[in-house]
Design a protein around this ligand. Structure first.
Ligand SMILES: Nc1ncnc2c1ncn2[C@@H]1O[C@H](COP(=O)(O)OP(=O)(O)OP(=O)(O)O)[C@@H](O)[C@H]1O
Length: 595
């Protein structure tokens, strides 16, 4: 992600290899008289296009699809039928093919809302397997086994594009798509997709709707496959069921995995390899399957993020200068910005939640006053995290009501609460591990960032200004957490304590009116603890209600205005810290009943 940020000069420098690559491929028909080269280059460009769409689905959003080839078939046949049978121009047929393939892609997404990633792989595999039979079955429309022939080339009036023009067209489409995808993955939408992929609950807690994101990803995959199919139809001039075998569908997933999933360059590298290798291996044709299999195995073991990932790692290793910033977290001097509105209080009435026979919450009545630090303590398994999950709507209670301010949110979604100004710090850090620290913090602003899809893709000035302002704010938060100058580092490489601080920074980026923190002190050093205490007080003083689940009683005693004690899903007591923590029942809960 950090690959796509920086100054204009930096952007030009980073774009240079791409411009050179496109120019080199575009020049192929001019320097080589061999039409096969042009033909192969066009096919490769179409594969990159389809692979890029799949990269959005699989690489960035984590939705495995083995049905991409089937969607290419939809695009190719729709174009072929409209052009060859109905005399449409390519320019009219291709958009219709894209719409149909997008619809088909979106239909394939429907099971994705309920099923895990690997079941979706099976559903899409089924689609890929069924496609050839469908093409044969609907002979009247598709031409059966013989397919559709005589699909004309795209034309402008009487000027019909030649083979090399189709290559240039495919390249131009790739360039536009590449820039669009680069912009999207570097926006709130890209961060939202990766949140759905890496930590779905965290995604919901920052306001990302997983269903919408998956739908968007599948629609992108469908649209690019449809466009790829349209180009393939006019490139080949005919389409037959044999063009769309199961192998063809699986090829795209391999292209993305081998090139490097969630890397913009991944589909390009993957396609080049799939085209270069067969040429290099012509003398070893009978061993080709074995060589592919072995190469894939070696790659998955030694370079699970594909060639692009391995290259990034190599560069990072050589680029590391061994310098480190200040001691982590010790310099928490954050100027906490005011929340997005008045602090929010919470009211729970008769809240019950069971998991099978385990009664995690047994009828909790509790009021959390706005603008206070309200600590919730209790032994392991007493229901604290379940209570936070019910308040933040990650869990639906079996009985009872939840009020946020004056609004009944008993049936609301977590995403809706995020938009209302609720933020969450999880018990174990849930981060975008492969993304930069800055992107992780920026994700916290998801629900308050105004840039919509068109404004993002078109890079409208107001959206760019908003983005620059948010980046400054994110860098300020990182600096306040002792992570200054490390904004471009990868989150997964941080030690545990710093990952927790990064989560706090992400939550603060939401400018929350209600902040729920689940054991933020776990694993922190004494100096970090002291800094955390100061931070929690500062957050409250800035006007945010804080709900703090914590085992560290000293921290609780030093920051809480009210302490609620839970035991076995029941509320033991609630009151000022000295009263609540000194209560004989609480001492009993923590130390066991007196003999
Ligand atoms: N998803 C779940 N499925 C089944 N049981 C669960 C689930 N979540 C929580 N529980 C059970 O509910 C009870 C309360 O768990 P919860 O995590 O809320 O406690 P806690 O007070 O936060 O504990 P800890 O301090 O260890 O984090 C425990 O017995 C736990 O095993």
């Amino acid at each position: 992600m950090s690959e796509v940020r920086g100054t204009r000069a930096g952007a030009a420098r980073r774009s240079a290899p791409w411009v050179a690559l496109v120019a080199a491929v575009a020049a192929l028909p001019l320097v080589s008289g061999d039409p096969t080269i042009t033909y192969l280059a066009t096919t490769a460009a179409i594969y990159v296009l389809v692979g890029t769409g799949l990269n959005i689905m699989f690489g960035y959003t984590g939705q495995v699809s083995l049905g991409q080839g089937a969607l290419v078939a939809v695009g190719a046949y729709a174009t072929g039928i409209l052009m060859a049978d109905h005399g449409w121009t390519f320019w009219a047929a291709a958009p219709v093919a894209v719409v149909i393939a997008t619809g088909a892609g979106t239909l394939m997404a429907l099971p994705a809302f309920r099923l895990s990633s690997w079941y979706i792989a099976l559903v899409t595999l089924g689609a890929a397997m069924a496609m050839r039979s469908l093409l044969v079955e609907f002979e009247g429309l598709t031409g059966g086994w013989s397919g559709l022939v005589g699909i004309p080339r795209p034309a402008f009036g009487s000027w019909e594009l030649g083979e090399r023009d189709v290559l240039w067209l495919a390249l131009a489409v790739n360039v536009v798509l590449f820039v669009m995808v680069r912009t999207i993955v570097d926006s709130r939408f890209g961060r939202g997709m990766m949140a759905v992929r890496d930590a779905p609950e965290m995604a919901r807690s920052v306001g990302v709707g997983p269903a919408r994101m998956k739908l968007f990803a599948f629609a992108c995959g469908g649209a690019t496959a449809g466009l790829g199919g349209a180009l393939l139809a006019v490139h080949h001039g005919l389409v037959t069921p044999d063009d769309f075998t199961l192998d063809f569908s699986i090829l795209f997933l391999l292209v993305v995995i081998i090139g490097g999933a969630a890397r913009l360059v991944g589909p390009i590298i993957g396609t080049l390899l799939f085209f270069a290798l067969p040429e290099l291996l012509t003398g070893l044709a009978e061993w080709r399957g074995l060589i592919y299999g072995a190469a894939l195995l070696v790659l998955m073991v030694y370079a699970p993020h594909g060639i692009a990932g391995a290259w990034e790692k190599l560069r990072a290793r050589h680029g590391a200068d061994g310098t480190s910033s200040d001691a982590p977290g010790t310099g928490v001097t954050i100027e906490v910005r005011p929340p997005r509105g008045e602090p929010l209080g919470v009211e729970l009435a008769g809240v019950r939640k069971s998991f099978g026979g385990v009664h995690a919450l047994r009828g909790i009545d509790l009021t959390i006053e706005p603008g206070t630090v309200h600590a919730i303590v209790g032994p392991n398994g007493s229901g604290k995290t379940t209570l936070l999950n019910v308040i933040t709507r990650l869990l639906q209670q079996d009985e009872g009501r939840v009020l946020l301010g004056t609004e009944d949110v008993s049936r609301a979604t977590a995403e809706r609460l995020a938009r209302r100004g609720v933020a969450r710090v999880f018990q174990t850090p849930r981060l975008l591990g492969a993304s930069s620290l800055r992107d992780n913090v920026l994700l916290g602003a998801y629900a308050r960032e105004r840039a919509n899809g068109p404004a993002t893709v078109l890079r409208l000035p107001w959206a760019r200004r908003e983005r620059a302002e948010l980046e400054r704010e994110a860098d300020g938060l990182l600096a306040g957490h002792g992570l200054a100058g490390r904004a471009d580092e990868e989150a997964a490489a941080l030690p545990h304590g710093e990952q927790r601080l990064l989560e706090v920074a992400r939550a603060l980026m939401a400018r929350p009116r209600l902040l729920l923190m689940d054991e933020p002190a776990a694993g922190l050093t004494p100096r970090e603890l002291e800094a955390l205490g100061r931070l929690i007080r500062a957050i409250r003083d800035a006007g945010t209600t804080v709900v703090l689940v914590e085992h560290h009683i000293e921290l609780v005693a030093s920051v809480a205005d009210v302490v609620t004690v839970l035991d076995q899903g029941e509320l033991v007591t609630s009151g000022a810290p000295e009263e609540a923590l000194g209560d004989a029942r609480v001492v009993e809960v923590y130390l066991g009943a007196p003999a």
